[in-house]
Design a protein around this ligand. Structure first.
Ligand code: BG6
Length: 474
């Protein structure tokens, strides 16, 4: 639909940006913080470890002041479970509570709405040793952690996100450094979807608890949603696209919103003897949970064609946007209509609109963009500038598509691209930068850790000031 007139962004639209604790904070074992799976994993060769990151832990005041200067209305960050509960359960680390109180208060000082992710890829190492999400007790571990967060921060935090990219944890967990598969496991698919089930139940219980404890707060899931296109109009390719849409996207949202397992996924699991076991009360817990909105990360779309019977080989899965193959279900197809980033991710702004439309048709809930952005090599010039027109262009095109989607009738709450400030990428270390704020360090040399405003910083400031009306780059 070509709109005759575009609708404006809502007045209280939450313009901001995102980060996650293990990628931005550093101070990974400081002030009583326990190790998470990210602190004990073997990082990809040639990439930085996660001990210092952007050192947000020691720079948060300066960083939040810069966000305020950009005019942020919101800042989406995650709370490190191991800063609050070093062992994952048991004793609370007061210094962890103090740190997040300070971060939240600093945001509120500038009128920035804190949007808190409760779990972003950082399972406490102590809980990994107890079986991680494979242990049925993981549901209680997470709900206990959620309760502590609601008790301590619920007086000021109005927006909560449960689990970041649960779908990616399930589909490509090992490349993110998560998902523990026990050594003697004989049915890996069943194990993975049992862990996924525990996460779904944990999320559902946390949502119910949030509504009980904080009647004015809003809570939602935060999966990575990419609409899946068929490679051609061949009917078999359409079925393949529906298969991958179900496995990648709808499983997570059908459950979060309606409390039901997606039928296509359930049949596929049944055929592979991989359906999860329900504990008493699980079904009811999942039905009782009702998110207030859908948070979602969007980087690109996916395209698939009919699949043969051979499985993807180990080692072919590079990151959370790849590895699209499942015997008899779908296999990835390079979309010839799209260009890619320097790091090989397809760029599809129109697919952003299509993804939003599809989600709104299926779920009829307001949506909050919790990630979107361009990872690129940036260069700091001698006079302290970072010229990143490629990032401005990427963001400009995507924001323009949100406007189209709003004009299509979708309800959008906010836009929080990845990332507020440079941080460590999940797979590519420090060199793949996403931020509006440049951090002076490289892969292994910690540099000065000084902050610099990129060109995109000034551009985004103007976008926010005009409430999305002025997207020009000049
Ligand atoms: C999302 C994650 O999958 O993508 C972030 O939620 C991640 O944690 C982001 O950093 C970008 O991915 P990458 O691999 O480029 O860091």
């Amino acid at each position: 639909m070509k709109h005759k007139k575009l609708k404006p962004f809502p007045k209280d639209f939450l313009w901001g940006a995102s980060s996650s604790a293990y990628q931005v904070e550093g101070a990974n074992l400081e002030d009583g913080k326990g190790p998470s799976c990210q602190d004990v994993k073997v990082v990809p060769e040639g990439t930085s470890d996660l001990t210092v990151c952007a050192d947000f832990y020691h720079h948060y005041k300066e960083d939040i002041a810069l966000m305020a200067e950009m005019g942020f209305k919101a800042y989406r960050f995650s709370i490190a479970w191991t800063r609050i509960l070093p062992q994952g359960t048991g004793e609370i680390n007061q210094k962890g509570i103090d740190f997040y109180n300070a971060v939240i208060d600093e945001c509120l000082k500038y009128g920035i709405e804190p949007i808190v992710t409760m779990f972003h890829f950082d399972m406490p190492a102590a809980l990994d040793e107890r079986g991680s999400w494979g242990n049925p007790e993981s549901v209680d571990w997470f709900v206990n952690f959620a309760k502590i967060l609601f008790e301590n921060f619920g007086d000021r935090v109005k927006y909560w996100l449960t689990i970041n990219e649960q779908n990616m944890l399930t589909l490509v967990g090992p490349v993110i450094g998560t998902l523990m598969i026990p050594e003697n496991c004989t049915n890996v698919l069943k194990e993975i979807y049992q862990q996924n089930h525990h996460m779904l139940v944990a999320q559902a219980k946390a949502m119910v608890l949030c509504h009980e404890m904080l009647p004015n707060a809003k809570i939602g899931p935060a999966p990575n949603i990419s609409l899946v296109y068929p490679a051609t109009c061949k009917p078999e390719d359409v079925i393949a696209a529906q298969n991958f849409n179900a496995i990648r996207n709808w499983l997570y949202l059908d459950m979060a919103v309606y409390g039901i397992y997606n039928a296509i996924v359930w049949s596929w699991l049944e055929e592979n003897d991989a359906t999860p076991t329900f504990a008493p009360g699980d079904e009811e817990a999942m039905k009782n949970a009702h998110p207030d909105f859908i948070g979602f990360n969007y980087y690109n779309t996916a395209t698939v064609e009919e699949a043969g019977e051979d499985q993807i080989e180990a080692g072919q899965v590079k990151d959370q946007q790849s590895g699209q193959k499942e015997a008899g279900m779908y296999q990835g197809y390079r979309n010839p209509n799209l260009v890619t980033t320097e790091f090989g991710w397809e760029i599809d702004p129109v697919g952003f609109r299509a993804t939003i439309r599809e989600m709104y048709s299926r779920y009829h809930l307001p949506m909050l963009v919790t990630e979107n952005g361009l990872g690129a090599y940036d260069t700091l010039t001698e006079d302290g500038k970072v010229h990143d027109p490629y990032r401005i262009e990427y963001l400009r095109q995507h924001i323009a598509q949100i406007k189209e989607a709003i004009s299509d009738g979708a309800e959008m709450l906010g836009y929080n691209p990845w990332s507020a400030i440079d941080l460590i990428s999940t797979h590519e270390g420090m060199k793949k930068r996403y931020g509006f704020i440049y951090v002076d360090r490289d892969e292994f040399d910690l540099g000065t850790l000084n902050r610099y405003r990129k060109d995109s910083f000034y551009w985004y400031k103007k976008v926010i000031a005009s409430n999305g009306e002025d997207l020009k780059d000049e």
